[in-house]
Design a protein around this ligand. Structure first.
Ligand code: THU
Length: 136
């Protein structure tokens, strides 16, 4: 029987599990991200802070860099989930949107904790104007 892709709720669960592994002793804001790729695989990441503060790395980018490091850059992201253990709104930051934008499909959906609970939106709506070079 063909495997079905995880739902947005299942991706949020995976992101929540990843958030539990965050290293966030400074902000105490533990974030998790789960990326669903077009081959059905899921890669997660959490934020990793540093006492210099500026060297902190977000959950979304850690997940993306992990995915590329382990599987290469050919696969495309079809869904993203981001959550945190603090129950606060946490849409991906602008830097993470820019980085994700090079790997998402045109139809990719993104789920995150918004001001009024969980929201799912097309990636193009949360990041309509990405920086890009030439035709890329
Ligand atoms: N953070 C993320 O992991 N992802 C985001 O998109 C925004 C912020 C982390 C960075 C830092 O460790 C903590 O949240 C507070 O800013």
């Amino acid at each position: 029987m063909a495997e079905t892709n995880p739902s947005a709720a299942q991706l949020m669960d995976a992101a929540h599990d990843a958030a539990a592994r965050a290293y966030a002793p400074y902000s105490k804001f533990r974030v998790g991200a789960a990326l669903l790729f077009d081959d059905g695989s899921v890669v997660t990441g959490c934020n990793v802070e540093n006492m210099s503060y500026g060297l902190t790395s977000c959950a979304e980018r850690n997940a993306l860099f992990r995915a590329v490091s382990e599987h290469g850059a050919e696969r495309k992201i079809v869904a993203v989930a981001v959550t945190n253990l603090n129950g606060l709104p946490s849409p991906p930051c602008g830097a993470c949107r820019q980085v994700l934008s090079e790997f998402v499909t045109p139809e990719a959906m993104i789920t995150f904790l918004g001001d009024d609970g969980v929201v799912t939106l097309p990636f193009r709506e949360v990041f309509p104007f990405r920086f890009h070079l030439d035709a890329n």
